[in-house]
Design a protein around this ligand. Structure first.
Ligand code: HEM
Length: 321
């Protein structure tokens, strides 16, 4: 005689039967599937073997693996950051608490990235770097599309125009026109001849369609717009304002400064500097105080704008004393 079915299990089966019936499915077939299914493992779930097969150095220098892996870790964090930004953009609740909670997450991700740059700065042999980088030409982190998308999701394109021309554009100008004057395009273009670096040309060819599609999609709903559309009381929420300002400084000052620290350690020489793989004049391209990119310019006083990213200039000055 078979054991009576446990009433709790019987109840679950009834619920399952209703669920599958509602979508025109047969519970029996799904139970068969369950019978034959393998148990899930950790390594399958996170695709561990695939993940660990993606670090493929181009040379035999052992420290190149650190270089690849650290870039990949950063890109994964960029992905998580974009995942949060998109939720703010899609949000209909329009309250400060949700907005702040998402931004706090983004800020924690950036905190990890900012605080972990020394994994590379201190952990990777400079002599090896200067050799294997020559096998990576003309690739550069400059070509990180996720970094560019973070910018596009956060602020109207006009705030990303190079400093010299920013005043000449407004949100009313056609997106395609503004896009041509973004600061990073100018940084990789010879001011006299107008010739773009190969690094820029390849990046544009690969990603312009995607960047333009997303720029159009969020033209009126970037994080900047979403904040200014909140009811006034929510906009004045001090925690939200603080989270937005922290985010702006994290991306547009602190991460850039840590990254510049890496560029200085590896590319600076007493006499002149080593050419960057992306071909920019990196000493004037990378410092936040030169680019003056701000996602939320309305949240900063004139004085704060004036002193944007000055820590670097002060540091440079002090170390030369
Ligand atoms: C030894 C380490 C590194 C060095 C020496 C370095 C150097 C540079 C240089 C010189 C540039 C300017 C573009 C060019 O001419 O190539 C640049 C841009 C950039 N790199 Fe790196 N980089 C390093 C690590 C990283 C890492 C780990 C990431 C993470 C994804 C990264 C992401 C970027 C981004 C997003 C830009 C564009 C920055 C902007 O537009 O303001 N870099 N890098």
């Amino acid at each position: 005689m078979s054991e009576p079915v446990n009433p709790e299990i019987a109840e679950k089966l009834k619920q399952l039967e209703t669920k599958f019936k509602n979508s025109g499915q047969d519970l029996g077939s799904y139970l068969d599937g369950l019978l034959h299914d393998r148990y899930l493992t950790y390594w399958d779930y996170i695709h561990l073997d695939t993940l660990l097969s993606l670090q493929i150095p181009r040379t035999h220098f052992p420290d190149e693996e650190i270089f690849i892996t650290y870039h990949q870790i950063t890109e994964l964090y960029f992905k998580l950051i974009i995942h949060e930004l998109k939720q703010i953009i899609d949000d209909k609740l329009q309250n400060a608490a949700f907005f702040t909670a998402k931004l706090d997450r983004v800020n924690r991700y950036f905190r990890v990235l900012i605080n972990s740059f020394d994994v590379m700065i201190k952990g990777m042999d400079r002599d090896q770097f200067l050799k294997y980088r020559m096998s990576l030409l003309p690739a550069s982190g400059f070509q990180s599309v996720q970094f560019r998308l973070i910018e596009i999701y956060c602020t109207p394109l006009v705030n990303l125009v190079n400093t010299k021309e920013r005043d000449q554009f407004s949100e009313q100008d056609p997106l395609g026109e503004v896009f041509e004057h973004l600061y990073w395009k100018s940084g990789a273009t010879d001011a006299e001849t107008g010739e773009k670096t190969l690094t820029l040309k390849q990046f544009e060819y690969r990603y312009t369609p995607r960047m333009m599609r997303i720029a159009k999609q969020v033209q009126h709903s970037t994080i900047f717009h979403k904040y200014h559309e909140l009811p006034e009381k929510e906009q004045n929420n001090v925690h939200l304002i603080e989270a937005l300002r922290t985010f702006d400084t994290n991306v547009n000052i602190n991460w850039l400064l840590m990254h510049m620290g890496a560029a200085y350690r590896y590319l600076n020489r007493d006499k002149g500097e080593v050419l960057a793989t992306g071909g920019t004049n990196w000493k004037s391209f990378l410092p936040p105080s030169f680019q003056r990119i701000m996602f939320f310019p309305n949240l900063w006083s004139d004085e704060e704008k004036e002193n944007w990213g000055q820590q670097w200039v002060t540091h440079q000055f002090n170390t030369k004393q």
